[in-house]
Design a binder for this molecule. Sequence first.
Ligand code: NAD
Ligand code: DAU
Length: 351
Amino acid sequence: MSKKKIIITGGAGFIGSHVIRRFVNNYPDYNIINLDKLTYAGNLENLRDVEKKSNYSFVKGDITDREFILSFIEKEQPDGIIHLAAESHVDRSIRNPMEFLLTNIVGTVNLLDAVRETWKDNFDGKLFYHISTDEVYGSLGDTGFFLEDTPYDPQSPYSASKASSDHFVRAYRNTFGLPVVISNCSNNYGPNQFPEKLLPLMINNIRSSKPLPIYGKGENIRDWLYVEDHASAIDVIYHQGKTGDTYNIGGDNEWKNIDLVKLLCEIMDQKLKRLSGTAEKLITYVTDRAGHDMRYAIDASKLKNELNWSPSLTFEVGLEKTVDWYMANEEWLENVTSGQYKKYYDAYYSS
Ligand code: NAD
Ligand code: DAU
């Protein structure tokens, strides 16, 4: 196996930590560098089990700091970049679009320029892999699926920033010949997700008997994928994806928000040995998210047919594993919502 140096950005975050763990454990000959600014969403606790491995190292750094990024990439001479670092929460993007523009667009272009300068025109064995979202395609009606050639139609500041970064990545391929690949994934769930996103927020609130805020009527639909299955798709695409191509990743697993939260309530009542119906009483309908996309659904058949990927877990198993993880890691939940992180959590979810 050839020795490869890969910089994974955003590796201390939710998805990034699972990608790091997979690459560090599965590829002992690779040199995996985690580049992360450690915002409220990045937490090195997520990587305790791999941090001492000899093929792993961590560098604290900000992708919006152009001088730093140019010199860091030049110094490290990586073979590959797997770029996950981003501001990722739609609600925060509605409050502060500029932060999303800077991190998601400017940060991505800094990385593209840095690899272009470092790799010069010698792209042999090199790859810039950009991790993106299904939200760039906009919102679906009752039927249909997002395909790789679905026209972009982003609706939130978050998805507009991700769409823009995708366009820059393709532009660098078209203009400079940079070897790139992009994947657009549906909603992830699982361990290590900051409790601002639907599932960990609801789990955290049920645990402490706080209201469960459902936006609007709760009829919006998302397609859920277990985070380790996203990491396995990223592994397959990094190694076997066709340079210049895009791959959609999804769980073929659509749920209305309200149905999902009710199912979670049942599971949590059982786990917490509370009377059935206890958690459901906490459901509170609140003002809808501005511009709330109605439905996302991914057609992942290209990835399945061309690269033989499919999710390994059923939703039943994945959801149970997820609930069990948060219940067994209450200290993690306390840590990420207290101390220096408290203000990031309280700004939205302290009610
Ligand atoms: P996250 O918010 O949990 O983690 C983001 C990570 O990026 C954090 O570790 C943070 O510290 C780091 N980061 C943020 N700004 C940075 C900067 N300026 N410089 C360096 N590091 C910085 O996000 P996530 O949910 O793990 O998402 C990871 C990627 O996957 C994002 O690009 C997101 O758009 C994409 N994505 C997420 C989902 C999902 O359901 N969560 C689905 C599809 C795609
Ligand atoms: O589709 C992929 C995207 O999924 C990723 O690109 C984003 O990074 C990720 O955050 C996620 O975006 P969503 O906006 O779909 O996820 P979120 O968990 O914020 O919300 C899921 C659904 O639940 C959405 O319809 C809004 C609703 N919701 C969310 C919260 C936090 C509620 O009803 N109440 C809540 O408190």
